[in-house]
Write a protein that binds this ligand. Structure first.
Ligand code: PLP
Length: 465
């Protein structure tokens, strides 16, 4: 438990939190004026906006910086590994894989170098490639889509449901063609996709499902972890991630044959189980080298000690902050699908409506919010319009493999327009990073107060900034 989390436990037990939180909700139902509830937890900041020289709402945040590393508990295992001289994949990597599989509720886990290659390997070993189309959200990190193109398949973009920030399942079927081989749901920001609906569509059309859970460690739908719904689930343990190793990734699945192939692929194509360092193993496929090291696994084991507790706290704070900001005009909180029992909250998103902020642009709003002490960004730009797609279509391999009419980029771009994603990327989305959600309830109040303060001073900020 971090010092910070200890203090939260001390001054605000979870049970007490839930009790107070539900009372707050009841207050909203009873019609308490927003002025009474908006500044719950701390005094209203009547001063001028920090961006214009006023006092910031948050001067010493209670949330931890990221990643968290505690030498007294975290270094023992790591030092043992380093001093042992066994640095290539062996027992610690195996132990880490078993722990991850158990935590996620999957039969098997393979740790790999990063989330990007967890996706690349999964797509390849599910035999998704040349000639295939894969349905994917445009609202994601580049690695989701590049894993499709990397394997020679064509991404087909399904627009988002802006309320949830996820691929809209109601728009999937219209995009299915005889070439569609798979769906790649991305649980973006750590908020679960509507997997029950997506799996029903995949089953109906006999499509494979590769879940990009690279931002969604321990997120759940009806208590079933994301990453376990489809044929494969992929995770990232990169530095900024809630489960941070620096670099690292994992593939989970219940399909033994698939997992054996992934193992071979990640170890030069040698037969499943061949130990690192073995030569002359009788290579069975063209593979590559994606092995995690023992010291990465040791760092992972240390982080695993905290992940569940941190995830709980992010959920408590995430839901509370959502309940606070929904009372601010011009802020649209994100929505979790009804059956979500836990989110990962890699990022806490909301939508910004500048018309309700006297026309203050999102960029200026973000600048002003950062000045108040709240880390934030506008998130992704439009991935479905980036030049890598046209360049791939023009590449020698694509030209050789695909019929000319399928590589008509203008037509592809037209068919893959995603107007709701466009609005999210260019105008509306605001992200707050996950470590903020490891603060206290009063930190959450201050974040909401900072947003409210900007709203009250929006005209002035717009004029002077
Ligand atoms: C949604 C998503 N997919 C894939 C990846 C790739 O993971 P990695 O950075 O570990 O390669 C990331 C990482 O940021 C991600 O956010």
């Amino acid at each position: 438990m971090t010092e910070n989390m200890k203090s939260i436990k001390h001054d605000y037990s979870r049970r007490e939190f839930i009790k107070k939180n539900s009372l707050l909700g009841a207050g909203a139902v009873l019609g308490l004026s927003s002025a009474n509830t908006l500044f719950a937890g701390s005094a209203p900041e009547a001063s001028s906006p920090a961006i214009l020289g006023g006092k910031p709402v948050i001067s010493s945040p209670g949330w931890p910086s990221w990643p968290i590393w505690k030498p007294e508990t975290d270094e023992k295992r790591l030092l043992e590994v380093i001093r042992s001289g066994v640095w290539s994949r062996k027992d610690v990597a195996l132990e880490f894989e078993q722990r991850w599989a158990t935590l996620i509720g999957a039969k098997r886990c393979l740790a790999v170098v990063n989330g990007t290659n967890a996706l690349n390997a999964s797509v390849a070993q599910l035999d998704i490639g040349w000639g295939d189309e894969v349905l994917v959200t445009p609202y994601t990190f580049i690695a989701s889509v590049s894993s499709i193109v990397f394997n020679g398949a064509i991404p087909v973009f399904v627009d988002v449901d802006p309320e949830t920030f996820q691929m809209d399942p109601e728009k999937i079927e219209a995009k299915i063609t005889p070439r569609t081989k798979a769906i790649m749901p991305v649980h973006i920001l750590g908020l679960p996709c509507n997997m029950e609906r997506i799996m029903a569509i995949a089953n109906k059309h006999k499509l494979l499902v590769v879940e990009d859970a690279c931002q969604a460690w321990l997120a759940e739908i009806n208590h079933k972890k994301v990453g376990t719904f489809g044929n494969a689930g992929c995770f990232s343990f990169q530095n900024s991630k809630n489960m941070a190793i620096g670099e690292g990734g994992a593939i989970v699945s219940d399909d033994d044959e698939f997992m054996d192939r992934c193992y071979s692929y990640h170890n030069y194509g040698n037969p499943y189980g061949t130990a690192a360092g073995t030569v002359g193993a009788g290579t069975v496929m063209i593979g590559t080298k994606l092995r995690i090291t023992e010291y990465q696994a040791a760092i992972g084991m240390a982080q695993l000690e905290r992940l569940e507790e941190q995830t709980e706290l992010r959920n408590v704070n995430g839901r509370y902050l959502n309940s606070r900001i929904q009372k601010i005009d011009g802020i649209i909180p994100h929505r979790l699908y009804e059956n979500v029992t836990k989110a990962a909250y890699h990022l806490f998103p909301f939508r910004y409506q500048k018309d309700e902020f006297e026309g203050l642009s999102r960029e200026k709003f973000l600048q002003a919010l950062r000045a108040e002490g709240v880390p934030c960004s506008g998130g992704y730009t439009e991935l479905n319009k980036m030049p890598f797609l046209k360049n791939a279509f023009n590449s020698r391999f694509f030209q050789k493999f695909y019929p000319k009419e399928q590589l008509n980029y203008e037509r592809y771009a037209e068919e893959n327009q995603c107007p709701l994603n466009e609005k999210l990327c260019n105008e509306q989305a605001v992200w707050i990073p996950q470590n903020v959600l490891l603060g206290s309830k009063s930190d959450m109040d201050m974040v909401a107060n900072a947003i409210q303060k900007i709203r009250e001073n929006a005209g002035q900020i717009k004029k002077k900034l």
